[in-house]
Design a protein around this ligand. Structure first.
Ligand code: NCD
Ligand code: ZN
Length: 362
């Protein structure tokens, strides 16, 4: 048995409000606990988006009664809310800016709109950008102009990790995260050996392979693994959509990820590609420092590092009912989670009640 600190996931979509048929604060935080995640930072691309005092207060009131693990809520950068979100900064996980096409209505195209946010957002927490490739470079440059910390969400490309490496070497205040699906799947949803099992080597079909940023080439995936020291955090970008939606017309992009994060990472540890210390650094120490999160006393995750099993959505707690890793053979199972002295998860059962979770910015 290995004992880990409770993991922090700085990037999850809980779909509250507006799409609770996909997930809500209850099922999403249950899914987190089952994955060994004891604190989540929830994204603001909801319906309506979380982008002012009224929407933030409303979602926090809901979260208070529903969350089973600890959490903070992001606020979203819109075209006209730079002053208002800056005033709300201490109540928010951080500011999220969508600069590239994604799911939801929050997207800023004109760079003068980005500028107002970089000017006004206080630098206690970073500005987190969904920015790919050249817009990532532009966002890092703007962060430097305004001397603000920037955190790049879900990097997926070789050019991104190499540019961030250069920026860090020059002292620019940039941090970044990578998602398990960009480490274990290539374009078309092809599993990358040795973690992928033979039975699912055909990849993912149609809408099930859709995610933003898109799954990349094997060369990109290799570059992420080769530059793990540049990557500050693991983040799931848990983005649940139902199977009917994924298999239907206009499938929305996104993968659930909370319950597969640790099994995949532990499998990589068993294969000698990753260490437990790297998991702790990228899923606990670094997110806590970057997002200024409090320690969770008497909180830990027990893992059976030798348990071999097959990933099955049917055993998961997310409401979305599927996983891109269905059928994968993994080694390493979360057996028990203790959160603030209370048993929160044990052997497949969620024991923390809705409302047990604490808003760490509350
Ligand atoms: C996310 C979602 O579904 O909310 N989808 C995705 O493919 N990652 C949106 C996002 O994280 O940009
Ligand atoms: Zn996301």
């Amino acid at each position: 048995m290995i004992k880990l600190p409770g993991l922090i996931d700085p990037h999850v979509h809980l779909r509250e409000p507006g799409a609770t048929h996909k997930e809500d604060y209850d099922t999403g935080t249950a899914s987190a606990l089952a994955g060994g995640v004891t604190m989540v930072l929830a994204m603001p691309n909801t319906k309506p988006p979380i982008f002012d005092q009224a929407t933030l207060s409303a979602v926090l009131a809901t979260a208070k009664t529903k969350a089973r693990c600890d959490y903070a809520q992001y606020i979203g950068a819109g075209p006209e809310n730079a002053a208002e979100v800056a005033r709300l900064a201490s109540q928010a996980a951080a500011l999220k800016m969508y600069l590239d096409s994604t799911f939801g209505q929050l997207r800023l195209d004109d760079m003068t709109l980005w500028m107002e946010h970089f000017r006004l957002w206080p630098d206690a927490t970073p500005i987190v950008t969904h920015s790919e490739s050249r817009s990532m470079a532009a966002a890092i440059w703007m962060a430097q102009l305004f001397d603000k910390p920037i955190h790049i969400a879900h990097i997926s490309l070789r050019e991104e990790v190499l540019l961030i490496k250069e920026a860090k070497a020059r002292g620019i205040k940039v941090t970044c995260e990578v998602c398990p699906h960009h480490l274990f799947l290539a374009d078309g949803g092809i599993p990358l050996a040795p973690a992928g099992c033979d039975c699912c080597s055909g990849g993912l079909s149609g809408g099930r392979a859709e995610v933003r940023p898109r799954l990349a080439t094997k060369a990109d995936v290799d570059a992420l693994w080769a530059n793990l020291d540049v990557i500050d955090c693991f983040a799931t970008d848990h983005a649940p959509h139902t199977l009917a939606e994924k298999d239907g017309e206009n499938p929305p992009p996104g993968f659930p990820g909370l319950e597969t994060l640790l099994p995949l990472l532990l499998t990589a540890v068993s294969e000698g590609r990753l260490t437990i210390d790297q998991i702790i650094e990228k899923s606990v120490t670094n997110p806590r420092r970057i997002f200024k999160l409090p320690e969770q006393p008497e909180t830990w995750v027990e893992v059976d590092e030798n348990a071999r099993y097959e990933i099955r959505a049917a055993e998961m707690h997310s409401r979305c009912g599927w996983t891109p890793f269905e059928g994968w053979q993994v080694k390493g199972r979360v057996t028990r989670v203790v959160l603030r002295g209370q048993e929160a998860y044990k052997d497949g059962k969620i024991l923390a009640e809705p409302g047990f979770g604490v808003n760490i910015r509350g």
